[in-house]
Design a protein around this ligand. Structure first.
Ligand code: NDP
Length: 328
């Protein structure tokens, strides 16, 4: 087996040297367990929090421990009646090629109509996050203006498409003209503003002439500060993530005056608190994907050994779409 472990804690920016690839014995499944060969590994921004010393909502990865992460794999041996050899499963198997897992800790997935990797993105934690933050927290009404940043990414791309399906005017914020073109031309957002443009503040102001009703916040930092100046009275913010602030230690907290002045309802949320809602939301997303109403894009890097480099890229915006590692 091959695994990637945390070698050292990053000081500011993460580097590939913070990780090492080790060889280990092939695990053998115990009673009630299955042996899985992982096909796909998901890389997600939350992993930056897990390797930091700072206290967070979940237990961190210790130095020398295997990196955590969601995977899609194939059952190659089974000691559990519910799963058979050849089944495709979603599991939190971590950054490794093979894993022995309790059968009741993995989810059997259906891959006739969608690719297995979709269960790590649009039909996985990112898609379910988008649904929860937009539909349950922002509660957008038809005709309202919805803004989402990291708009071409795993979460943002689903947020904007769901908002369009709900009759909203949708503005995405993304890094660079290629991502912006994808967001408007492929995903059908009304406007995309490039946050790398030197005229970002002016272009944003032109895109939201009547202000923002719903903000789905993924990025934090200077972009969030600029967006806050356009919030309407009575607007809502789903505070989902702050990927631009992850590499600052300690995390910076800035002024949130707009929230006060505009009586904005802000709701932070952590998807791992809401496990009971996942199956129902995944069914809704599955229906939209198989009806062709919800598109998704994947950024695929080959080989477990390249996972650290791809993870560093994800935190700098080098990914374009859901970042995955193809393991075989
Ligand atoms: P993405 O696929 O969107 O990838 C990350 C993107 O963030 C990059 O492609 C880049 O897009 C953008 N980005 C990175 N650094 C910066 C920066 N310094 N300034 C501006 N943009 C930056 O990731 P996900 O869709 O998986 O995650 C999006 C957000 O959702 C993250 O903040 C994540 O932590 C959060 N999240 C929260 C959950 C919860 O339970 N609350 C659950 C899941 C995700 P671009 O080049 O367009 O700027």
């Amino acid at each position: 087996n091959q695994q990637i472990i945390l070698a050292s804690r990053p000081d500011g920016w993460v580097t590939p040297e913070n990780f090492s690839l080790i060889e280990s014995e092939l695990p053998s499944p115990g009673p009630g367990q299955v042996l899985i060969q992982n096909l796909w590994l998901s890389l997600d921004p939350y992993m930056r929090g897990r390797i930091s010393e700072a206290k967070s909502y979940a237990r961190g990865v210790n130095i020398g421990e295997r990196m955590v992460g969601e995977t899609v794999g194939q059952v190659i041996a089974s000691n559990a009646p519910a799963l058979k050899v050849g089944d495709t499963v979603l599991a939190a198997a971590g950054w490794q090629l093979f894993a022995a897992m309790d059968a009741n800790a993995v989810t059997l997935i259906h891959t006739e109509a969608v690719s297995p990797s979709a269960y790590l993105g649009v039909l996985g934690m990112p898609g379910i996050t988008a649904w929860t933050g937009l539909i349950d927290i922002c509660q957008p009404r038809p005709g309202e203006t919805v803004v989402v940043d990291a708009a071409s990414g795993a979460v943002g791309s689903v947020v904007g498409q769901l908002a369009k399906l709900n009759g909203c005017r949708v503005i995405g914020i993304a890094g660079g003209p290629e991502k912006c073109r994808y967001v408007t031309q492929e995903l059908g957002f009304d406007v995309c503003v490039d946050h790398r443009s030197t005229h970002f503040a002016k272009e944003l102001a032109a895109a939201v002439p009547t202000g923002i009703d719903c903000l789905f916040e993924n990025v934090g930092g200077a972009i969030f500060e600029t967006l806050l100046t356009h919030m309407r009275v009575g607007s809502r913010i789903a505070l989902c993530g702050m990927v631009s602030e992850f590499n600052r230690e300690p995390h910076a907290y800035r002024t949130l005056r707009s929230i006060l002045i505009n009586r904005i309802r802000v709701q932070g949320f952590i998807m791992s608190d809401k496990r009971e809602t996942w199956p129902g939301i995944r069914e809704n997303l599955y229906a939209l994907v198989t009806q062709g109403k919800l598109k998704f894009k994947e950024s695929v890097t080959e080989g477990l050994a390249n996972a650290p480099k791809a993870f560093v890229g994800l935190l700098k915006g080098e990914n374009f779409g859901k970042q995955l590692i193809k393991l075989t």
